[in-house]
Design a protein around this ligand. Structure first.
Ligand code: GAL
Length: 417
């Protein structure tokens, strides 16, 4: 009898015991209401398995500040166990020799991550020339979205726009009535977020790829880019005087409260609506910004660095396993506004905008429109990304002409590449 009880106890306690004492310092930039609520799911899961989470938040939407802090920590030879990170920066750190792919790769192999993820997402997560997982993906965010206050649109007879001309007409109408058409926070990354959605819409999928994946200087300096900057200038005219420097979630709040009609932002904005108890088609509308079956994707992931101490390595393994958990990916992403990175998570409990994101992603993938967000670090080395972002934000916040912006853009990318 005693033996049976011990055996049962061993089975029941096994997962808890194996990770008890695990530790992980986690660097991230999820500090807004919706972001923090989503991250709490991971913190709770980690604690439930006996892990000790050391929080290292670096506020600042889009993560530019967090990436600087991370760099400084790495230079000081003081890498955290895990850090939120994006795209090619993962492999750039691997080339510096500071990443520890073989700490979590065994977990990935045992759990069959190659079968649970699309190849595109899996490739972003691998180091050592694609041989080993060194990062774990939590989600897929879409960038090219319009969010709008339902009451404001309905009471002004405005529908969600299906072309940029329609958006401009709606914005002109709202502005004439004294309503702020576009809630925006003019920070470099937010300007770049808007810019890449406009570029995808006006330039098309192939143009986007040439400009922001291949960093093709002729494309960056061509006449299509002039039209894109023209539309950026129009959008600037639809923002209010308080826009410069405003945080993105404050801008989302303006849409929630009906102080502004639209926001152009990735679907982490939906995390804010959800945290405030608001629902699509009841309180707000979502629609993809106009494009030809395009979809700008942005995968949030955590990278694992070389670190000393068995309990820290165990912490990395536990984190990696939890991040890729099926139930975790469901609950986390419902809060976060994104969709799961794992392919086998049922979408039934997600809202209408998430379901649209999921089906649009598949359509875009089939039609060549599934493209990495440059504004969120999914393509281009950080130096080139920074060069583009600087010109975009300088143009947006000055009277620079579209022609001058285009000249500056191609010159800046040429210099940075
Ligand atoms: C993005 C990130 C999102 C969200 C957003 C605003 O780069 O992928 O998860 O946090 O920044 O902070």
């Amino acid at each position: 009898m005693k033996k049976i009880i011990i055996a049962i106890l061993a089975i029941v306690l096994a997962p808890t015991l194996s990770y008890a004492g695990s530790k992980a310092e986690v660097l991230h930039w999820w500090t807004s209401g919706g972001e923090a609520k989503a991250l709490q799911v991971l913190k709770d899961d980690f604690a439930a398995q006996g892990g000790e989470w050391k929080d290292m938040p670096v506020s600042g939407g889009g993560g530019d500040a967090a990436m600087q802090t991370l760099k400084a920590r790495i230079v000081a030879n003081d890498a955290p166990a895990a850090a939120q990170i994006k795209g090619p920066t993962i492999q750039a750190y691997d080339r510096e020799g500071v990443v520890a792919p073989y700490n979590i790769d065994a977990v990935a192999k045992a759990e069959g991550w190659d079968k649970l993820l699309s190849k595109q997402v899996a490739d972003h997560m691998k180091c050592d020339d694609g041989k080993a997982y060194c990062a774990a993906p939590v989600n897929i965010h879409r960038i090219d979205w319009f969010w709008a206050n339902k009451k404001v649109l309905d009471s002004n007879g405005i529908k969600m726009p299906s072309s940029w001309a329609e958006f401009n007409a709606a914005a002109d109408k709202l502005q004439a009535k004294g309503i702020i058409p576009l809630a925006h926070g003019s920070q470099p990354w937010q300007d770049a977020t808007v810019f890449e959605a406009v570029a995808l819409g006006i330039g098309g999928n192939d143009f986007y790829k040439k400009a922001f994946v291949d960093a093709d200087v002729a494309t960056l300096g061509g006449s299509t880019m002039v039209k894109i900057f023209d539309q950026m200038r129009k959008l600037k005219g639809y923002t209010d005087a308080g826009s410069p420097g405003r945080d993105w979630n404050v801008a989302t709040g303006m849409v929630m409260e009906g102080k502004a009609a639209f926001q152009l932002m990735g679907d982490w904005a939906k995390g804010e609506f959800a945290a405030a108890g608001l629902k699509p088609d009841v309180d707000y509308y979502c629609a993809a910004t106009p494009s030809n079956n395009g979809y700008l994707y942005n995968v949030d992931s955590f990278i694992f660095f070389k670190i000393k101490g068995k309990e820290k390595v165990e912490g990395q393994k536990l984190l990696a396993s939890l991040i890729m958990g099926k139930e975790f990916q469901k609950v986390f992403n419902i809060y976060k506004g994104s969709i799961p990175a794992r392919l086998d998570v049922p979408m039934d409990d997600f809202d209408k905008c998430a379901k649209k994101s999921n089906s649009d992603l598949n359509t875009a993938a089939a039609k060549g429109g599934l493209l990495p967000s440059f504004a969120h670090g999914m393509t281009l080395e950080l130096g080139v990304k920074g060069a583009i972002q600087d010109v975009v934000t300088e143009h947006f916040n000055s009277n620079m002409s579209s022609q001058d912006a285009v000249k500056k853009l191609s010159a800046a990318v040429k210099a940075a590449s």
